[in-house]
Design a binder for this molecule. Structure first.
Ligand SMILES: NC(=O)c1ccc[n+]([C@@H]2O[C@H](COP(=O)([O-])OP(=O)(O)OC[C@H]3O[C@@H](n4cnc5c(N)ncnc54)[C@H](O)[C@@H]3O)[C@@H](O)[C@H]2O)c1
Ligand SMILES: O=C(O)C[C@H](O)C(=O)O
Length: 311
C-alpha cells in the first residue's frame, strides 16, 4: 500500500504525518516542486518513527513522479494558499494550472488511484483534477466538509463546554463563505442542538464556521494546516480501510439536490473504491435556498475557470 501526497507544504506534510502515525500505508511518498523540501520534511518525520512507534516509511522526492508509481490514493495539496485580504477564489488561475499539471503527471503512474483534492478554491480545483485525470467521478473528490464541520463542532462544543467528540453535525455546499452548516441536523450526545443552545448563539456559530478559514488566515498570515491535514487524512483512512463512513465530501453532482455538472459538498458513503453513494437528505425551503446560493457561488468560480481555457 502506497499513498502519494503532492505538495509538501503545510497541509501536505501535516497530512503525511497523520497518515504515518495511523500506519495506513507501507509507504508515503511526499512530492514537491521545490528542491529538498519534501526530502527534508520526510526525513524529519521518518526520524520520529522510533519515538512515536510506527513503521510507515515516508519518502520525499522533488518532481520525481516515477517514485509515486502504483499509489492507491493520491492527495493533491499543491498550490498557493491565500494571504490576509484574499478570497479562496483569488487563487484560481495559479492553482488551476498547478492542479491540472500535477494530476496529469501523477495519474500516468497510478491510473487506478483514488484522488483526494485539497487545493483551493476547493470545489473548482476538484473539478480541474476530475477533468485532468480522466477517471470516474466517484474516484475523484475533494476535502472541505470534514474540516468545515470539524470547526462547527468545535465551536458548538466550546459553547456547551462539552467534548467535540459528542457533537454530530452535517454541512453542505461549497467551501466558501456561503457553505451551509445544517443546524437542524446537528446533535450533541443524541440531543438536538436547538434544545441546548439559543438561536442567537447558533447563528453566531454558523457565521463563525463560514468564516473559519479566514479567521485563521488573519491570525497566521497564511491558511490553516493542522485541521485540514487531519481532515484529509480521515478521508484517506476511510478509503484505505474501506470504512464506508458517511462524511461530507466535495463530490460530482449529476442531478442530486437538483444540481448537475458541479462539484460541491454533500454527504457521501466513502470506501475503498471512493464514493459509494451520494446521500440526499430532506431540506426545508430555507436550507434548499442556502444550498442554491452556495451552488451559485461555485458556478461563478467555474465560469472564471472556463475563461482560462485549460481544457
Ligand atoms: N480544502 C481545504 O479545506 C483546504 C484547507 C487548507 C488549505 N487548502 C489549500 O491547500 C493548498 C496548500 O496549502 P498549504 O498551506 O499547504 O500551502 P503551502 O504553500 O504550505 O504548500 C503548498 C506546496 O505546494 C507546492 N507546489 C506548488 N506547485 C507545485 C507543483 N507544480 N508540484 C508540486 N508541488 C507544488 C509548493 O512548493 C508548496 O510546498 C492551498 O491552495 C490552500 O488554499 C485547502
Ligand atoms: O481558508 C483558506 O484559505 C484555507 C482553507 O480553505 C481553510 O478553510 O482553512
Amino acid at each position: 500500500m502506497k499513498i502519494t501526497i503532492i505538495g509538501a507544504g503545510n497541509v501536505g506534510a501535516t497530512c503525511a504525518n497523520v497518515l504515518a502515525h495511523k500506519e495506513l500505508a507501507n509507504q508515503i511518498v511526499l512530492l514537491d516542486i521545490v528542491e529538498g523540501v519534501a526530502e527534508g520534511k520526510s526525513l524529519d518525520m521518518w526520524q520520529t518513527a522510533s519515538v512515536n512507534v510506527f513503521d510507515t516509511r515516508i519518502v520525499g522526492v522533488t518532481n520525481d513522479y516515477l517514485a509515486t508509481k502504483g499509489s492507491s490514493v493520491i492527495v493533491i495539496t499543491s498550490g498557493i494558499p491565500r494571504k490576509p485580504g484574499m478570497s479562496r477564489g483569488d487563487l484560481i488561475s495559479t492553482n488551476a494550472r498547478i492542479v491540472k499539471e500535477v494530476t496529469e503527471k501523477v495519474v500516468k503512474y497510478s491510473p487506478t488511484a483514488i484522488i483526494v483534492v485539497v487545493s483551493n478554491p476547493l470545489d473548482v480545483m476538484t473539478y480541474v483534477a476530475f477533468l485532468a485525470a480522466h477517471k470516474k467521478p466517484c474516484e475523484v473528490f475533494g476535502m472541505a466538509g470534514i474540516l468545515d464541520s470539524a470547526r462547527y463542532k468545535t465551536f458548538i462544543a466550546e459553547a456547551l463546554d462539552v467534548s467535540p467528540r459528542d457533537v454530530s453535525a452535517l454541512l453542505l455546499g461549497g467551501h466558501g463563505n456561503s457553505m451551509v452548516p445544517l443546524v437542524r441536523y446537528t446533535s450533541v450526545g443524541g440531543i438536538p442542538v436547538t434544545q441546548l443552545l439559543d438561536k442567537a448563539v447558533l447563528d453566531k456559530i454558523v457565521d463563525r464556521t463560514r468564516n473559519g478559514g479566514g479567521e485563521l488566515v488573519k491570525l497566521m498570515g497564511t491558511s490553516a494546516w493542522y485541521a485540514p491535514g487531519a481532515a484529509a487524512a480521515a478521508m484517506v483512512e476511510a478509503i484505505v480501510r474501506d470504512q464506508r463512513r458517511i462524511m461530507p465530501v466535495c463530490a460530482h453532482l449529476n442531478g442530486q439536490y437538483g444540481l448537475a455538472d458541479l462539484y460541491m459538498g454533500v454527504p457521501v458513503k466513502l470506501g475503498k473504491r471512493g464514493i459509494i453513494d451520494i446521500i440526499e437528505i430532506d431540506l426545508n425551503d430555507e436550507e434548499r435556498g442556502m444550498l442554491n446560493e452556495s451552488a451559485k457561488d461555485v458556478r461563478e468560480l467555474m465560469d472564471e475557470l472556463n475563461t482560462l481555457n485549460l481544457f
